[in-house]
Design a protein around this ligand. Structure first.
Ligand SMILES: Nc1ncnc2c1ncn2[C@@H]1O[C@H](COP(=O)(O)OP(=O)(O)OP(=O)(O)O)[C@@H](O)[C@H]1O
Length: 686
């Protein structure tokens, strides 16, 4: 199957002339190019196989999927071949570029409804086709919806697609944590029961919001927060003042996609019949509207890069802070997040300031649920379409009962288990990448400056005018790792890396929660970081690493309690000390984070006391001890803040406690009323 289309596209880099770059992803640069023998303009995606961190299986899957599909709304690869250490994927050139690029350059506030309806209908047609052929796309987003000059719409990027008919490792990959957080369905984050086609419907709903607003919901938050917000909050929707311009049918369509329970989402086929799509126009409408007057794609892309570079410089000047920069990158729609330890720690810290109230409510509430699973009466319902309208409304104490009810409903119908998500985050890190692939670390930070690398070496020319070379040593791809689109044989398809599914992870969850200290993996990794141990290989023994195109690297996690001690923050420690809890709520995770914080504070204070004690009793003023204690004492402002936070948490706990009691009282009343009604009914019957 060397050539998948009727025309024979050559399998040699020399037969293509690369022009300007028109797009960039995590691991690839896309060029406009000329296929010389056919005299045809094509797009060539040049994937740097080194950047892919040896995830040849993932790449092979992308190429395979792209080659086999045959639908007008799905971007199909003409052919692919390796050139040195790059993989070239030749595909039709979509001159309009991605919806994301169009929005960024000309529609920062999003598109008008008929445009959105047209784009989504075409995307949905692609999904109907993919789903009926057993594929889950898993990365539906505006950046992957491409438009041709005549307005034709195609869904691209199969880098993380999965096949429902797969077995073994690939089947298990449906339990993995892939995609791009803002667009990622809760069940994908949750990694509890795996997921199916419905994950794409969620992403489509998020994409609808993205097309309506110019950015995806939560896009200003760092990934960790996005995960927690997606899991904890009511689904986002078109509920704001600014959304008044949109029709009821659009709002309903979005609400139908963004139901947390995947079973309650419509299939792609059913969704396509939604009356919202009656607003959709013929595709040439797109070329007459959003493409009209746009400069050529390469030019737009260049301008965007300049804008982004300026933004980065500005931000650096403003914040000089990595976290802010990573957020800005996020805003810019770049999905190559840098999941390093420091980022994660600061993200984890950020979570505490967010929605303190609701988090604390969740915290106690859910813990109490865990203690009395059976006593919850209204658990079976799921968040209704109306509940979508409650999104982002901060719960108040006045309507505490309703909120509690909502919370119970949403938590109960959606057994949140975000620890894996967090854990996955804690177990990803650029340290691993740097250890396994020496050139990666720097490369990840300067993606936009990366040349295609092989262009020069393989074809001896680089028409794109790219300059600059990697400083990292080039890795020669062994012959058995080279492949053409024709070489997708079974043997070749076997993954070099074993993919570990969530099932494994579940099994490894500690039996006794009290043994678990969430600071364990963090501290452990911190230690490794500081020692710069070259233990990436050992790391995989803790949990096989699998990666999807640089978005995430997920391991089966280090679950052994490597942390120093158990959490001993009694006011909020229920979740952490419960001996049987395995299903963890976001609240529990937050509890654990709070525990870690408090634990560190208390330990620090304890150490200071001990140092002082030793100093006094020994009568010696040991220099080192002095330095140590004075340094430690300097940290007191932080601990004051921490104490404040702790007391806030305690207060919140207390108010939640009373709300829960009130809830219990109401339930008892309810039960009594029911009894009375029943008795009355019986009396009447007699
Ligand atoms: N056939 C094409 N014609 C025109 N532009 C394209 C084409 N394919 C991709 N692009 C542009 O290049 C960008 C990056 O491509 P692509 O998404 O396939 O790379 P990636 O590494 O898989 O990205 P990511 O993983 O971040 O989604 C796209 O967002 C799009 O703007």
């Amino acid at each position: 199957m060397e050539h998948v289309s009727e025309k024979r596209y050559p399998l040699d880099a020399k037969d293509y002339k690369l022009y300007e770059d028109v797009g960039e992803g995590v691991s690839a640069t896309v060029y406009r190019a000329l296929c010389i023998p056919l005299n045809e303009i094509v797009a060539i995606k040049v994937l740097d196989l080194e950047k892919c961190n040896n995830d040849l299986d993932g790449i092979r899957r992308e190429v395979q999927t792209m080659s086999l599909i045959d639908h007008p709304n799905v971007l199909r690869a003409h052919c692919s071949f390796t050139a040195g250490h790059s993989l070239w994927v030749v595909m039709p050139y979509m001159a309009g570029g991605s919806c994301l690029h169009i929005m960024k350059s000309s529609y920062p506030e999003g598109f008008e409804e008929p445009v959105i309806a047209t784009l989504l209908r075409e995307t949905l047609k692609a999904l109907v086709y993919l789903h009926s052929h057993g594929h889950i796309h898993r990365d539906v987003k505006a950046g992957n919806i491409l438009i041709d000059s005549n307005g034709a719409v195609k869904l691209a990027d199969f880098g993380v697609s999965a096949c429902m008919f797969d077995t073994g490792d690939r089947q298990r990959s449906r339990n993995t944590f892939v995609g791009t957080p803002c667009w990622m369905a809760p069940e994908v984050m949750q990694q509890l029961h795996g997921y199916d086609f419905k994950a794409d419907i969620w992403s489509l709903g998020i994409t609808a919001l993205e097309l309506a607003h110019g950015h995806a919901p939560f896009s200003k938050y760092p990934p960790m927060k996005v995960l927690l917000m997606t899991l904890q909050n009511a689904p986002p929707g078109l509920d704001y003042e600014r959304d008044k311009r949109f029709s009821k049918s659009f709002k309903e369509m979005v609400a139908a996609c963004l139901v947390k329970d995947p079973k309650k989402r419509p299939t792609s086929e059913k969704l396509l019949k939604h009356h919202f799509f009656k607003n959709a126009r013929a595709t040439d409408y797109l070329s007459r509207t959003i493409l009209d007057g746009l400069s050529p794609l390469g030019e737009r892309f260049r301008m965007l890069k300049v804008k982004e570079a300026d933004l980065l410089v500005q931000n650096k000047a403003l914040y000089g802070d990595k976290e802010q920069l990573s957020q800005q990158e996020y805003i810019r729609g770049i999905s190559a997040w840098n999941f390093n330890l420091e980022d994660l720690k600061s993200q984890a810290a950020l979570i505490q300031d967010y929605d303190g109230m609701s988090n604390a409510e969740d915290l106690d509430m859910f813990r109490k649920h865990e203690d009395r699973h059976d006593s919850i009466i209204f658990m079976a319902e799921s968040p209704s379409a109306e509940s979508v309208n409650h999104a982002n409304v901060a719960p108040s104490q006045e309507d505490g009962l309703n909120d509690l009810r909502d919370l119970e409903v949403s938590l109960a119908s959606f057994p949140i288990k975000p620890l894996q998500a967090l854990k996955a985050c804690f177990d990803v890190g650029e340290d691993d990448d740097s250890l396994t692939s020496p050139g990666w670390k720097g490369a990840a930070q300067s993606d936009s400056q990366q040349p295609p690398g092989t262009v020069d070496e393989e074809s001896g020319r680089n028409e794109g005018g790219k300059s600059g070379h990697r400083s990292s040593p080039r890795q020669v791809i062994p012959e058995n790792k080279r492949f053409l689109s024709s070489s997708l044989t079974l043997e070749n398809a076997s993954s070099p890396k074993k993919v570990t599914g969530d099932g494994d992870r579940d099994l490894q969850l500690p039996k006794c929660q009290s043994e678990r200290n969430y600071s364990g993996p963090l501290l452990y990794r911190q230690r490794r970081d500081s020692c710069n141990l070259s233990s990436a290989v050992e790391d995989t023994s803790d949990g096989a690493i699998f990666q999807r195109k640089g978005r995430f690297k997920v391991t089966s996690a280090d679950l052994s309690p490597k942390g120093p001690t158990n959490c001993f923050f009694s006011p909020v420690s229920g979740g952490s000390t419960s001996p049987t809890t395995v299903n963890l709520s976001p609240a529990t995770v937050l509890t654990s984070l709070q525990c870690i914080l408090l634990q560190n504070t208390m330990q620090r204070e304890e150490i200071i006391r001990l140092i002082k004690y030793v100093e006094q009793t020994s009568g010696k003023n040991m220099e080192s001890a002095e330095v140590g204690s004075s340094e430690l004492l300097q940290t007191s402002p932080a601990s004051t803040r921490e104490r404040e936070l702790q007391s806030q948490v305690v207060q919140l706990q207390q108010s939640i406690g009373s709300l829960v009691e009130e809830l219990q009282r109401q339930k008892m009343k309810n039960a009594q009323v029911k009894k009375q009604l029943k008795a009355l009914g019986q009396q009447r019957g007699e």
